[in-house]
Write a protein that binds this ligand. Structure first.
Ligand code: NAD
Length: 258
């Protein structure tokens, strides 16, 4: 039977790859995020053409709790419940703490951390009622280790791991698992956009940032592929993964082993 899967921030990058993976297995997906109308329409059509599953788009802004409540309510009304919630929306800003714009700090904490509290708050009653559910939080290697100039991002991603563990304990007897995926670098717009700022903050060229900062962090010296994270999310959502809860899985080319 088709599951009902909500993926925040899925008009691009990792979220889109996760939505694509679930849709391809026949699950109904709710996608979310920003983008041009015609691009979003094309994504929905592509997701629906990959299987018999349905795809809908909800424009919730992850900085707005009332939008987020409406996202989950819409998913529940359209597809009967929420079986899988993937908290993926995220942004980045690279700057030293003393120059970090206050509004950027607030925005990153809202999107990368608080939005997951709001989606979970709304979706948990639906999952508890069915005694089944999967919550997958897309954290980061930066949920485990820090890098300079990414204070808000690193704080939010460390916070997500704490939220993941707390929710897992609260839901352990309700058939609902809660886990985090900690990716290393994936070449998405989020990473591409930070290359010029990192170059400025570190006094390097953009090419040096790619090889001497980004890929240097990963012992494999290769980017993680968004599709590989999609496959991992599918596994965490499977029945076989029912005893995996309250933890994180790294997919970072060995970054956090060092
Ligand atoms: P991306 O920029 O390609 O996609 C981000 C998505 O979030 C987009 O769909 C965007 O529209 C959406 N979004 C941004 N602000 C939003 C808001 N206010 N409301 C709703 N949606 C919003 O980025 P990505 O690299 O695919 O990142 C996805 C997640 O993966 C993020 O949480 C990011 O921190 C995490 N991550 C990324 C990497 C990486 O190297 N790319 C590594 C580790 C973790």
């Amino acid at each position: 039977m088709s599951r009902s899967v909500v993926i925040t921030g899925s008009t691009s990058g990792i979220g889109l790859a996760i939505a694509t993976a679930f849709a391809a297995t026949g699950d109904n997906v709710v996608i979310n995020g920003f983008g041009k109308n015609e691009e979003i329409k094309a994504i929905v059509e592509r997701l629906e053409s990959s299987s018999k599953a349905r795809a809908i788009y909800h424009p919730a802004d992850m900085t707005k709790p009332s939008d987020i409540a409406d996202l989950i309510e819409t998913a529940g009304k359209t597809f009967g419940t929420v079986d899988v919630l993937v908290n993926n929306a995220g942004i980045q800003h690279v700057e030293k703490i003393e120059d970090f714009p206050i509004e950027k700090w607030d925005q990153i904490i809202a999107i990368n951390l608080s939005s997951s509290f709001h989606t979970m708050r709304a979706a948990i009653p639906l999952m508890k009622a069915k005694k089944h559910g999967r919550i997958i939080n897309i954290a980061s290697a930066h949920g485990l280790v820090a890098s300079p100039f990414k204070s808000a991002y690193v704080a939010a991603k460390h916070g997500i791991l704490g939220l993941t563990k707390t929710a897992a304990l609260e839901l352990a007897e309700f058939g609902v698992t809660v886990n985090a995926i900690c990716p290393g670098y994936v070449l998405t717009p989020l990473v591409e956009k930070q290359i010029p700022d990192t170059a400025k903050a570190r006094g390097m060229t953009e090419e040096q940032v790619k090889t001497e900062v980004i890929l240097k962090a990963q012992p494999t010296h290769e980017f993680v592929k968004a599709e590989e994270i999609g496959a991992l999310a599918l596994y965490l959502a499977s029945d076989e993964a029912r005893q995996i809860t309250g933890t994180h899985i790294s997919i970072d080319g060995g970054w956090t082993a060092a």
